[in-house]
Design a protein around this ligand. Sequence first.
Ligand code: ZN
Length: 458
Amino acid sequence: MRDDGRRFYAPMAWVRGGWQHDVLLEVDAAGLWSRVEAGASLAQRAGATSLGGPVLPGIVDAHSHAFQRAIAGLTERSPGGDDDFWSWRDRMYRAANRITPEQLEAIAAFLYAELLAAGYTQVCEFHYLHNDADGRPYADPLELSRALARAARRVGIGLTLLPTLYMRSGFAAKGLRDDQRRFASTPQSVLAIAEAVRAGASDAGRITAGVAIHSLRAADVAAIRETAQGARGLPVHIHIAEQRREVEDCQAEHGLKPMEFLLAQAPVDARWNMVHATQASASELAALRQTGASIVICPTTEANLGDGIFDFATWAGESGVWSVGSDSHVTRSWREELRLLEYSQRLHARKRNVAAQAGVAESSAAALFQGALEGGSAAAGLPLGGIAVGQRADFAVVDADAPELAGLPADHVLDALVFSTPESKFARVFVAGDEVLGGGEIAELARGFRAAMKALWA
Ligand code: ZN
């Protein structure tokens, strides 16, 4: 034990999928839970730091493109008639193609602080900006990766950096478009970045790495296999079946839908995280379930981009592993992601409490929260499965006086946190047993963010 601050008492804590009362919590020197004991007596909890309100484990943000925080609020107009994912992407590329390492760091630092404040304690950064604005490799191939790692370290959030393979502009293309020049990468370059990040990893595994393949359209099968096999033991992420046009292009080129094609051609196993899968059919999801792979659902971004609605009832009904991601960062709150996930299912099925029924749980919020929690470890490749011995001690303390909780029985706290808005802030947030977001830090990060935005869009 490092000091008294690493021994806590929580009046309520979310343990093994439900609320436990009078919980004594201890954190070891590595930042992992070493003791979790419900029903602790007054004598047992003597000297422990009281956390005041209900305690929830931290949630993994399983899909982030930090630079896209810079276009939140800037793409909600349609100047030239029809607007869809592909026209949004053109505008997103304008940010991708001009951002400097310093601007990326300032934007990511502010974003990561926002994510922490919302109760995300680890972020999986799907990182495909590798080269300078002219498409030339930086002298240090990790220039932009290091900017993201510095941002994460500064605010104290955990980071799983996913250097991303991006080699061509479409299924039948030979290379990249000019406006994709910063993405150019190879299996070797991606694996080298992941290895360098892991070699420099410190702080209780807070900064670590996996790999990503941008999409089936961005790399051929040989390169996908080489990347996945080279990243031994690490999480592998891929955007898949997000848009209808991508499905049609894959069928035209290969005669199979994206998920069918990937399962037939790549060594998909429990390391794999399929981002979006909004267009995947029930039979594709059933086949995926056999591999042990996870789905990363990004409800607010999928809604913002008009991607479609993921077949959550089928996936959760088969006990499929899933996590949640804020992706383009139009929202920086897992509570809003889970709420929209459930509401989109209700609107589609014209029923209520879809998550509760699919997960055979009493509470939709409990089924959603527990699902997002359990999928986070697979996405991040770290022990982030909640408040249990051996898992990393990441947690958020709920403000016991939050208006959305007023007058509710204690066992409805999570229901209200997800389904009653506006959302109140968490009182305190901890990563690996350490409190984060102290003092006036957010105000200073906001100043850096504003300066970067001004320079980007002047
Ligand atoms: Zn994405």
